[in-house]
Design a protein around this ligand. Structure first.
Ligand SMILES: Cc1ncc(COP(=O)(O)O)c(C=O)c1O
Length: 437
């Protein structure tokens, strides 16, 4: 791997990239990297991913997190193959969905009832809708820098390119978000309980929900922060929502709520559950989730949240197979051990080359920052050197390692060989970064 030489872009890949730019305005594959490093994926297996020019990379992008078992895990592929022969979409409930719901209730601490959706953005959106219906209040509070997906309520205060404004004012991070929605969102400072408490107390009567990534991006909660939010939400009758789209099944089988020991009222869980098949889960307290039961129609507090593809049997089959693998002995210790080796090794390489840095996160998902100062939230993170971060990611690609500009995602498919190869690349890339200044 250290001898990896990236093949030049083939004619075919160039043509595909041109077509993608012409046809797909939000082409994910093209926009994640600089034009020079854009690629079209040909296939992926385990922790390896191949582009259309014949380059094979060790993958730490991992589809932005869902591939906890690696790409195309045999148990998942087999489950999907078997299920596909039995039809794809019924709208009606099916046995896989019921079995999966039971699996989630058995593993996720807050889960008494379950609803299936198709994406993280949908589940956070529905969680906020339930909270508003349950409390009869309209506002929600989210934290600066947190990402809860693409719905209009979520897409505020998280654009890493907008300059910070005073709390609790929201900055919409997309054109097209109605002002009326913006007026319903408050922004708090992550890991600053004192300021957050003041905002909550000033708006307690209007606040339906606090939505939080329990590990925000890669910033773990400060000691007592999640517990403090739990106390405040209990005290003021506010629904506490954990966005576990990334942390669910990644930090532990029961997600961040198990890992950090704080149980929310509702949780959106998505990426870790189905090895890349489109399903997400909204789960939580029965008295809140039950508002989705049509029997509430008569009472006027029915929350509508169904969808054509929700709980589809193929995605549920993928999720059941994934859950079966994740339940096996040694999975989480293995995931943490590999991640820890990488976190520590990256730190060693950067220190040896004299590059100021911080590494944040937990071993299954972490991220380097090129900053001499401690980074625990968005405001500190924007003082880090983004150009160095982009150079680092680009150099990794040139050395056969794929990651996005943000996190390293570890999977059970990352074996000792790949970890050793990656550590050698860290040394080489740290040297190059230091030479470039
Ligand atoms: C914490 C978090 N919440 C929500 C989402 C949105 O999920 P989706 O892309 O499935 O809509 C993401 C996506 O990256 C996320 O990281």
């Amino acid at each position: 791997m250290h001898g990896f030489v990236r093949k030049p872009r083939s004619q075919r890949e160039s043509e595909l990239l041109e077509a993608s730019a012409r046809l797909l305005p939000a082409a994910v594959t093209a926009s994640s990297f600089s034009p020079e490093h854009a690629m079209v994926v040909e296939s992926a297996q385990g922790c390896r991913i191949r582009d259309a020019s014949g380059n094979e990379y060790i993958d730490y992008l991992m589809g932005s997190g869902p591939l906890l078992l690696g790409h195309a895990h045999p148990a998942v592929v087999e489950a999907v193959r078997q299920r596909a022969e039995l039809g794809s979409s019924y709208l009606l409930v099916n046995e896989n969905a019921i079995e999966l719901a039971q699996g989630i209730v058995d593993t996720v601490p807050c889960a008494e009832k379950v609803c299936f959706n198709n994406s993280g953005s949908e589940s956070t959106f529905f969680a906020l809708r339930i909270a508003r219906a349950f409390t009869g209040r309209e506002k929600c509070l989210k934290f600066e820098g947190a990402f809860h997906g693409m719905n209009d309520y979520a897409l505020m205060g998280n654009q890493w390119t907008s300059p910070p404004v005073d709390f609790p004012h929201p900055v919409p991070n997309s054109a097209g978000i109605p002002r009326a929605v913006q007026e319903q969102v408050l922004i708090g400072p992550w890991n600053d309980l004192e300021t957050t408490e003041k905002i909550i107390e000033a708006h307690a009567d209007e606040l339906a929900a606090i939505i939080v990534e329990p590990m925000q991006r890669t910033f773990p909660p400060a000691p007592g922060f999640l517990e403090g939010l739990r106390d405040l939400t209990h005290r003021h009758g506010i629904v506490l929502i954990f966005d576990e789209v990334v942390t669910g099944f990644r930090l532990a089988l029961g997600g961040a709520q198990e890992y950090y020991g704080v149980v929310p009222d509702l949780a959106a869980v998505c990426k870790g559950i189905a090895s890349g098949y489109p399903i997400s889960v909204l789960c939580g307290r029965s008295d809140m989730m039950d508002l989705a039961d049509p029997r509430h129609l008569a009472q006027g507090d029915h929350v509508r949240m169904t969808g054509t593809f929700s709980g589809g049997s193929i995605a549920c089959a993928a999720a059941l197979a994934t859950l079966g693998e994740l339940r096996k002995e040694g999975v989480y210790p293995g995931l943490f051990a590999q991640g820890r080796k990488l976190m520590e090794g990256l730190g060693r390489s950067l220190t040896r080359s004299g590059i100021p840095h911080q590494i944040t996160g937990e071993p299954p998902a972490f991220q380097p920052w090129f900053s001499a100062e401690v980074v625990t939230n968005f405001r500190q993170a924007i003082t880090a050197d983004p150009a160095m971060g982009a150079r680092f990611s680009a150099l990794l690609v040139d050395h056969g390692i794929l990651k996005a500009h943000e996190k390293f995602f570890i999977s059970t498919a990352h074996g000792d060989d790949e970890i050793e190869q990656t550590l050698a690349v860290f040394d080489a890339v740290a040297d190059l970064l230091a030479q470039a200044g």
